[in-house]
Design a protein around this ligand. Structure first.
Ligand code: PEP
Ligand code: MN
Length: 341
């Protein structure tokens, strides 16, 4: 931490800050300028109490951290890309994966039919929500346990590993019985008890970025999972809230590039929830690949017009096949290969 004191701070004011810094077990090093004094506080900011509260002292002008708050997810800690094994698939290691499936699991026919068609088009994992975090309590809330059973059948019939959302710590055990990857959604991206409970399951976790989360907050949420003993995390950018209304959210392409640079974890992109409209999903997918994503999460429905949730953004099977064909040259240009199931 760097503490800058206000100009003309008397000696006793300087000493008061020095004492406070020592109390927090940092080693203060004074830099005395003509007008101001700066105190460089030496110590690992991640293991020490923060000094940011010293801003309340009248002689302190600013307190600035110099270290990043996250550690286990950082490239400084682990420089090589983490490659995760999910049911025999290698994620994050140069193979590009497309997760596809409906927003919600609605019925046996819809689930199995979608799983079969996305597999045929080249998806390597199947998604579908059984527990749905809907904005309105009057909207379809998902089939819950019955939905999980349909996902189990989809895996049995296609062999595709399953990604599905878990919304509360109490459900982790039940969802983890079926899921190969637990999804933590945007609305729960900073739900610490959920992050801890999901980590304890030992499953791979796909962590969405909160719709108003800073990149740092997203990475710190991933750090929570790692701190709880599970470093099998896939980061997923899914668009953030901005002033723009033309799309449901704004896909933050820079977050993808930055997460790839800052962390060793695989980074996926969900252009479906970013766009909120089917006609933007292919172009945003190309952008995601070009920004360095390791995979995509795409909503696909056999009949989006009849979907019980997110109808406007789900691709028809034919459009999904088109997406798969259109991203291939981008994936190859990035030096990656489309993963085979
Ligand atoms: C989803 O993937 O079904 C979902 C609800 O996404 P998000 O949490 O990103 O809104
Ligand atoms: Mn959805």
């Amino acid at each position: 931490m760097i503490i800058v004191l206000k100009p003309g701070t008397p000696e006793e004011g300087i000493q008061q800050v020095v004492d406070a810094v020592k109390q927090f077990e940092y080693e203060p090093r004074l830099i005395r300028g003509v007008e101001r004094t700066i105190i460089a506080c030496v110590g690992d900011e991640r293991n020490h109490h923060t000094l940011e509260s010293l801003i309340v002292l009248p002689q302190v002008e600013s307190v600035t951290p110099v270290q990043k708050k996250y550690k286990l997810v950082s490239r400084e800690y682990h420089s090589a890309n983490t490659v995760l094994d999910v049911a025999g698939l290698q994620i994050g290691g140069g193979q590009f994966h497309v997760v596809a499936g409906p927003c919600s699991v609605e019925s046996q026919q819809q689930t199995i039919e979608t799983a079969k068609t996305v597999k045929l088009a080249g998806a390597t994992l199947f998604r579908g929500g059984a527990f749905k975090p809907r904005t309105s309590p009057y909207d379809f809330q998902g089939l819950g346990k019955e939905g999980l059973e349909l996902l189990r059948q989809a895996r049995e019939q296609t062999g595709l590993p399953i990604i599905t959302e878990v919304m509360s710590p109490q459900d982790v055990e039940t969802v983890a019985e079926i899921a190969d990857v637990l999804q933590i959604g945007a609305r729960n991206a900073q739900n610490v008890p959920l992050l801890a409970a999901a980590a304890a399951s030992g499953k791979t976790i796909l962590l969405k970025r909160g719709m108003a989360s800073l990149i740092e907050e997203w990475l710190l949420a991933a750090e929570y999972i790692c701190v709880h003993g599970n470093s099998k995390v896939i980061l997923c950018e899914r668009g953030i809230r901005t002033f723009e209304h033309a799309c449901r959210n704004t896909l933050d392409v820079s977050a993808v590039a930055l997460a790839k640079q800052e962390t060793h974890l695989p980074v996926f992109v969900d252009p479906s929830h970013a766009a909120g409209r089917f006609d933007m999903v292919i172009p945003l997918s190309r952008a995601a690949v070009a920004a360095g994503a390791d995979g995509l999460l795409i909503e696909v429905h056999p009949n989006p017009a009849a979907a019980l949730s997110d109808g406007g953004q789900q691709l028809k099977p034919r459009q999904f096949a088109q997406l798969m064909a259109e991203i291939r040259p981008f994936v190859e240009a990035m030096g990656k290969r489309m993963a085979a199931g």
